[in-house]
Design a protein around this ligand. Structure first.
Ligand code: M6R
Length: 363
């Protein structure tokens, strides 16, 4: 039932505060057992993490690399499942293999987990939205996100709940490794519980995002840029834009612009920047200046306290608060809305974009 919404994707975007709250329901403290009865023993024995996923889930996994490395201080590799399964990877048997998948039926993810097991990596964990899926059966440990059934081909609520699950994993690994104080645990839990509220405030920015989408929908190419843990948010923004609006979109880590893509920038090439108020903001600001100086039009998603103001060629939408390590979750929402409204203006079949399937069960 679509209720007041036109498309399932739109409904699912606005369900995200509920989906995140449900995923966090009953979690009063951080503990490895959130991932299974034997998780403490497994987490205690691992010396590295390998994340395997495809598409949007791969972007969630990439975000987790930044979290796990900085908070749990474990080395992390993130691999596109279809690449990993045919690569002669060299990995320790004490690697925690984390497969991230909404459906739990993606053929390449299942294949990659099988390969990892054949290589002797028995410590497997599924982060999945479907409890009865093949992936959950294949992995020793699991965490089920509670996004609810996702119908739109473009993943939205599954993506943000994957991020929540991956953040809980980060904190649990940190705790087992003695890297999480009680104070830090409380602070992270407080931030997680406040997320649904903060997300609702970001979703309320929809009217300003619609105004931007009206400009962007007329373009044939868009660049998305971000830095640090918001680089995967830029990748996710470009993927959403491509898959439902059919506008060609590419994402770059902003520091890479001058190594090639800056050559594409002109008045016809809009650049969407994910610019939260973190320690990389100054670096990003100089990357944005390079775009502005070449006549590129910037559309900047900033935070309330960022000090970035609109200027000729620079449009700014400010999110309501800066959200620390969980900021990628908030900054994903405008990416989804921007793609949705650009697609709506183009009249595409948003829930069933051409050539795509919800669940890719063949190679
Ligand atoms: O079910 P999965 O999470 O394994 O699916 C992976 C990708 O096929 C999926 O994320 C795809 O990229 C979405 N259409 C992205 O919106």
């Amino acid at each position: 039932d679509l209720g007041p919404y036109r498309y399932y994707m739109q409904k699912e975007i606005f369900e995200q505060p509920r989906a995140v709250a449900d995923t966090l329901q009953g979690i009063d403290s951080i503990m490895p057992e959130l991932f299974g009865d034997t998780a403490w023993r497994v987490f205690n024995a691992v010396d590295s993490v390998l994340l395997l996923a495809c598409g949007g889930s791969f972007h969630a996994a990439l975000t987790a690399k930044y979290w796990i490395e900085s908070i749990a201080r474990l080395p992390v590799q993130v691999e596109i499942a279809s690449e990993f399964r045919y690569r002669d990877a060299v990995l320790s048997e004490n690697t925690l293999v984390v497969a991230v998948s909404q459906s739990g039926e993606t053929a390449d993810v299942l294949g990659a987990v099988e390969v990892a097991k054949q290589m002797g990596m028995a410590k497997t964990l599924a982060i999945c939205n479907v409890a009865t899926s093949a992936l959950v059966r294949e992995c020793a440990l699991h965490f089920i996100t509670r996004a609810g059934i996702e119908i739109g081909v473009a993943s939205t609520k599954a993506f943000t709940t994957q991020l929540v699950a991956l953040f809980l994993l980060t904190l649990s690994l940190a705790q087992v490794r003695g890297k999480l104080t009680d104070e830090e645990e409380k602070e992270h839990l407080r931030a997680l519980r406040h997320l649904p509220d903060a997300m609702s405030k970001v979703l309320a920015l929809e009217p300003s995002i619609i105004a931007w989408s009206e400009v962007l929908t007329r373009k044939e190419n868009i660049l998305f840029v971000g830095r640090g843990m918001h680089y995967p948010v830029a990748l996710e923004g470009a993927l959403k834009m491509k898959e439902i609006s059919y506008i060609h979109a590419e994402a770059y880590a902003a520091g890479e612009l001058k190594h090639g893509p800056l050559a594409l920038v002109s008045a016809e090439m809009p650049v969407v920047a994910v610019a939260p108020n973190d320690r990389l903001l100054e670096k990003l600001r100089s990357n944005m200046h390079e775009v502005n100086a070449r006549g590129g039009k910037l559309f900047v998603f900033a935070d309330v306290d960022c000090g970035l103001s609109p200027a000729p060629g620079i449009e700014v939408i400010r999110l309501v608060e800066h959200y620390g390590p969980l900021s990628p979750i908030l900054h994903t929402l405008p990416m989804q809305l921007l793609a949705y409204h650009a697609a709506l203006a183009r009249g595409t079949d948003i829930d069933k974009p051409r050539n795509l399937a919800k669940s890719v069960t063949v190679e």
